[in-house]
Design a protein around this ligand. Sequence first.
Ligand code: ADP
Ligand code: 5GP
Length: 214
Amino acid sequence: MSNDRPRRGVMFVISSPSGAGKTTLCRRLITEVPGVELSISATTRAKRPNEVDGVDYHFRTVAQFKDMIDKNAFIEWAKVFEHYYGTPVSEVEQRLQAGIDVVFDVDWQGARALKTIRAGDVVSAFILPPSIAKLKERLEGRPGATAKGVAGRLAGAGQDILRWGEYDYAIVNDNLDSAFSELRAILLAERTRRQRASLGNMVDQLLKDSGLGD
Ligand code: ADP
Ligand code: 5GP
């Protein structure tokens, strides 16, 4: 017997200091795990050479972003490294209702807001770099990296790491494959959390067939 309705999707919220690898991990989750989609944020920061508008972010001017704020088009938004970032409402509700899991690559402010607004839907994971030296190497190796950008992100890393205790799970991204396996395992386990499973009718039927139900 099939479920009476699809389970509600998980809001899988992932944060890390910039450069620790969350974008890489989130993209891999979307590619390798069926039924998962990425919430594409809007931002006012400049596009990096390898990024595509509408795929990595919805790139917007400050005026366009502020207009979206005025129209309540964001579930949450925050200023990070002098730029605006926000989660559009349109990225979320329909997918959750259709049983699709949505991954959010947001900073600690975004994670806090999403947990407050949608406590029952959110599962959160914090990605830690193995060391600050490796974090620096990764920031420097990223396409479009500038000395100023790297220095700013490194200076802000501590402020992000300080918040790791607010998350449900913590993953050290040293070996990419291991970190990815852990992230995938968390999502697969959370999908079967009893409260999310929508199995009421099926279990009623099982009880009935076993002679216990009415
Ligand atoms: P974030 O989204 O957290 O800012 P990215 O996913 O953009 O970080 O990763 C920063 C850089 O580090 C990228 O060039 C990426 O390819 C690289 N990277 C990510 N994870 C690892 C890893 N486990 N080992 C080595 N390099 C990595
Ligand atoms: P980057 O410019 O490196 O892509 O992202 C910078 C920071 O902004 C990261 O910590 C990223 O998680 C965060 N970020 C991206 N999109 C959003 C969003 O929609 N909301 C919030 N609060 N943070 C975001």
